[in-house]
Design a protein around this ligand. Structure first.
Ligand SMILES: [Zn+2]
Length: 468
């Protein structure tokens, strides 16, 4: 148990309600009783009860059930603020065969995410006020979790003409990104970063040198063994380096998406220590899988890697951009997250139809993994292996993103919106071809036994996911 005022008071007085909004101990409340509450925003890591009243969390402590309230015994489960995924591809509008707002947000809820930021590489791209308003109309109708849009950096994501950053911020954009590729024109990036300074919103960059593309997996020993054209780590590192320089020049907020290389993490760490406004995210797959997975390796927790092993045919469901890297990169990313040098854990949920992955050769298959439903079990594998603590996982999944973006969620502090997730860290389950909530079943984890499953997810006190 970690210290903190709240916890020690619980130990002294088993009947004390120590976080409470006055006057809310009445009807229409739900008591989550007996769970292990993990909330770094309140320094909580202990067995406690959580009461939700209407749309808000009303109390956290050792609580006596009110006669009228609905009590759910969550003993043995973890209770945390609902997760926030700052990197999701919802595919709607324009590519609804891959995913829709309805299925993508349902998959998010199934993964424990109660707020998601959606990337603008839809068709049309989210590059105008009209497009953001249309998206809002659709999410108001179909979304089961909170959706915040990321607008494009450039018109049509073509990289040449900046969008109207101020107008897009005014209608709810939480950042700007041409994700899918880098903005090659440094002057456009500089303008975006200058606007980001003024608007206090990040430019969220996919870091990949557009002249070093063409490969399909990490360039290294395994790509040579499999005779597949590689994507060098340098492609990521050189653009991280450029964009850090532009952030320093403009004073803007640079957010490096899906950092996958150890050197990329090092560059971000150094920029932070130099006072550059840079934040970064890492994906569960880059912390648990390596390029050897492309050739058939499937060991989540004890990746050691040995050159010279036999590889099978390249698996299209491991093809992702940035690609799965080396064991050394993977270990360095875990270390950077633990140290807070990488700030946020996000999924890069990138659903595709089966025919766009398994129906094609490895070279021509689409890049991307379905991520929403698999993030939690992958992260819990790292907790079981002693690589991350639950607090570090929850910090990366909600406390830090809420703080960076100034959201009023990501905390169980009474009075906050009741965005809450309950998960069983031990439950085993096996994803199958027909069993996912997302339309995207593009994951190398199919038919693999996973540990850890979302049991309940509440958004503003409304139950949006149940597996009970
Ligand atoms: Zn990307």
């Amino acid at each position: 148990m970690h210290g903190g005022d709240a916890v020690s008071r619980t130990e002294q007085d088993r009947e004390t309600v120590f976080f409470c909004v006055p006057g809310t101990l009445v009807r229409e409340s739900i008591l989550l009783r007996g769970g292990h509450v993990v909330d770094p925003s309140m320094n909580l890591d202990a067995q406690l009860d959580v009461r939700m009243h209407g749309e808000v969390v009303s109390a956290v402590g050792t609580l006596a059930a009110d006669a009228t309230e609905h009590v759910i015994d969550v003993t043995g489960m973890i209770v945390a603020p609902g997760f926030i995924d700052v990197h999701v591809h919802l595919r709607e509008p324009g590519q609804e065969w891959k995913e829709t707002i309805a299925t993508g947000t349902a998959a998010a809820a199934a993964g424990g995410f109660t707020t998601i930021f959606c990337m603008p590489n839809t068709e049309p791209a989210l590059d105008s006020v009209v497009q953001l308003e249309e998206l809002k109309r659709r999410t108001d109708r179909d979304a089961v979790v909170s959706v915040r849009p990321i607008a494009a950096i450039s018109e049509g994501r073509r990289g040449d003409t900046p969008v109207d950053y101020r107008a897009l911020a005014a209608v709810g954009a939480v950042g700007f990104s041409d994700d899918g590729e880098s903005t090659a024109d440094s002057s456009v990036m500089r303008q975006a970063l200058a606007a980001s300074r003024e608007l206090a919103l990040p430019v969220m960059v996919h870091c990949e040198d557009p002249t070093l593309t063409g490969g399909a997996m990490h360039e290294g020993y395994t790509s040579h063994a499999l005779k597949i054209q590689g994507l060098p780590a340098l492609a990521e590192e050189s653009i991280i380096n450029r964009d850090i320089g532009l952030a320093a020049l403009s004073g803007g907020w640079l957010h490096a998406c899906h950092v996958s290389t150890g050197r990329g993490a090092d560059l971000i760490a150094r920029a932070k220590s130099n006072g550059v406004r840079v934040t970064a995210e890492v994906m569960p797959h880059h912390m648990t899988m390596t390029d050897k997975w492309v050739g058939g390796r499937r060991d989540i927790e004890h990746e050691q890697g040995s050159d010279g092993e036999h590889f099978g045919a390249a698996d299209q469901d491991t093809k992702v951009n940035p690609p799965l890297r080396t064991t050394g990169d993977m270990l360095r990313l875990r270390e950077a997250l633990r140290a807070g040098l990488i700030d946020v854990i996000a999924t890069d949920h990138a659903p595709h139809a089966r025919h766009e992955k398994k129906g094609r050769s490895f070279m021509t298959a689409a890049f991307g993994l379905s991520g929403s439903e698999f993030a939690l079990p992958l992260l819990l594998s790292l907790v079981r292996a002693g690589e991350l603590t639950l607090r570090e996982v929850v910090r990366g999944l909600c406390t830090t993103p809420a703080r960076l973006w100034g959201l009023n969620v990501g905390t169980l502090r009474p009075g906050s919106p009741a965005d809450v997730v309950v998960f069983d860290p031990a439950e085993t389950w096996t994803p199958h071809l027909k069993g996912t909530v997302s339309r995207g079943i593009n994951t190398p984890l199919l038919d693999t036994e996973l540990h850890g499953r979302t049991k309940l997810a509440f958004v503003g006190g409304d139950e949006r996911y149940r597996d009970w």
